[in-house]
Design a protein around this ligand. Structure first.
Ligand code: FAD
Length: 485
């Protein structure tokens, strides 16, 4: 059969395209099926991450941060710019160009590594010794035969019951990345990573942003100290407001406005009962960012008996093997953090497993980053997790305020916090809120992958003046060795 492959990857996001390229590099005849199309209706590899996720959001975060610097921070450096203004169309065009360049880059890597792309929706038709995958694109269908299948179908925005997304007034991440002008009043339902990042972009450009969060607290997945610091820093800015403990009652678009009716669990107690206050918020745009759901729609899982769990994830073991022989699943469609780098690492692991190698992915050392200002990044356990599992630990913490490079940058808020085992001193978690946290966290990941102790970090020479000295000082502080230079 002409369309017979050693490996067929379904999905061309950071999980799928990386898996396909690695498999081809290892000598396996590989195809990738991906149904993403750009605004011109052309195939656009890279999945959520490159098209409407990590990359475009970071492009807008950079543009909006530059705008904010020019408008409010340059003056402190003696740089005077009068009448700073934002050209939203130019900002969006820059973002789109970055996306186009990167998707084209993935396509050229496919060519270079001889991965055959089949644009369209792939679905299992039959199993057995070899799997049959049907690819549908418009009216056309093609059938592929595969010895191994890697499911990398990613995730989609989790819907909010009763709220219809039009991606104009009521948007998910797709619409939030392309508002044609700065909305005066913006609400975001969900104060998680995506809600915070998108809210930050438009707040910096001048929107009055209200974040509505159902959970009783803020950033509950982060270390409590970091979450507290972040809440203090983010919401001291005028025009950025957080309301936690909300329940959405109704969302309605009327004319050019969106009305959000919600209730809040009141703080004051009335005869032992929590008060519930009904509220209404009227905005120009609403972003719904209540998380992501695994995507197995149209995959034909039933046709072959591919096991999907109650939450919609493809069930896999530690090596991403599904319940069927020679079928693997990776990335957002399986358990674990929904992060691009985790998807890619699983892609490499699975390709190498198929080629007979013995790779592994350590889910305990996946770094998390929130690209707010200041950035937040962490790896390993939070302090509340260590307490909950009764682990004896010591903590060291050091602020950016005392760091020369941070002072020169004018970015002195935040701190680094290191958690180490009380007996062995082995690092269990590192948490950063501060400038370039996304870059600094790499040292923490390397340290944890090599089972380093906090003393190891304390004895490594860090360049002066650099932000990494704050990591060094936090490590010294774990054992009260701080120099306080
Ligand atoms: C706004 C936003 C910002 C983000 N920022 C970051 C960040 O800064 N860092 C980070 O690590 N993560 C970030 N993420 C998360 C990141 O995008 C995902 O974790 C990552 O894209 C998951 O990769 P994946 O390959 O599993 O799936 P996806 O990227 O979702 O790719 C899946 C691909 O499969 C295709 N597909 C699905 N079903 C089929 C089918 N049956 N046939 C053919 N093709 C199919 C889809 O069209 C898509 O192209 C962000 C997400 C969003 C929404």
């Amino acid at each position: 059969m002409a369309n017979a492959f050693d490996v067929v990857v379904i999905g061309g996001g950071p999980g799928g395209y990386v898996a396909a390229i690695r498999a081809a590099q290892l000598g396996l005849k590989t195809a990738c099926v991906d149904d993403w199309k750009n605004a011109k209706g052309k195939p656009s590899l890279g999945g959520t991450c490159v098209n409407v996720g990590c990359i475009p959001s970071k492009a807008l975060l950079e543009s909006s941060e530059n705008y904010e610097r020019a408008a409010h921070k340059f003056a402190a450096h003696g740089i005077r710019i009068d009448n700073v203004s934002i050209d939203v169309a130019a900002m969006l065009a820059r973002k789109n160009k970055i996306v186009d360049t990167l998707t084209a880059g993935v396509a050229s890597l496919f060519k270079k590594n001889k991965v055959t792309l089949f644009p369209g929706l792939g679905r299992f038709v039959s199993g057995g010794d070899r799997y049959r995958i049907e690819v549908r694109s418009g009216e056309q269908t093609e059938t592929l035969e595969a010895a191994h299948v890697i499911v990398a179908t990613g995730s989609v925005p989790r819907p909010l019951p009763g709220v219809a997304i039009d991606n104009e007034f009521i948007t998910d991440n797709v619409g939030a990345l392309q508002f044609p002008e700065v909305p005066k009043r913006l609400a975001v339902i969900g104060a998680g990573v995506i809600g915070l990042e998108m809210g930050s972009v438009w707040r910096r450009l001048g929107s009055e942003v209200t974040l509505l969060e159902a959970l009783p607290g803020f950033l509950m997945a982060a270390d409590n100290d970091v979450a507290k610091e972040a809440q203090k820093i983010f919401f001291r800015e005028a025009g950025f407001k957080l309301i936690t403990g909300i329940k959405i009652a109704e969302v309605a678009k009327t004319g050019n406005e969106v009305r959000i009716k919600y209730s809040v669990q009141g703080k004051e107690q009335s005869q032992g009962q929590e008060q519930v206050q009904a509220q209404e918020l009227v905005v120009d745009k609403l972003i719904v960012a209540v998380g992501r759901a695994p995507n197995t729609d149209g995959l034909g899982a039933d046709a072959v008996g591919l096991q999907i769990d109650a939450r919609g994830f493809v069930e896999v073991d530690a090596e991403c093997r599904a319940n069927l022989p020679n079928v693997y699943a990776i990335g957002d469609v399986v358990r674990g953090p929904m992060l691009a780098h985790k998807a890619s690492e699983e892609g490499v692991m699975v390709a190498e497993l198929i080629a007979g190698q013995k790779p592994h992915v350590n889910l305990d050392t996946i770094p998390w980053v929130i690209y707010t200002s200041p950035e937040i990044a962490w790896v390993g356990k939070t302090e509340q997790e260590l307490k909950a599992q009764d682990t004896q630990y010591r903590a060291g913490r050091f602020p950016f305020l005392a760091n020369g490079r941070a002072k020169a940058l004018g970015e002195t808020v935040g701190f680094v916090k290191i958690l180490a085992d009380a007996k062995s001193d082995r690092i269990l978690g590192m948490h950063i809120i501060g400038p370039f946290a996304s870059e600094m966290i790499a040292e923490a990941v390397v340290a944890m992958e090599f089972s380093a102790s906090s003393e190891d970090i304390a004895r490594i020479v860090h360049a002066h003046p650099s932000l990494s000295e704050v990591m060094h000082e936090a490590a010294l502080a774990v054992d009260a060795r701080a120099l306080h230079i």
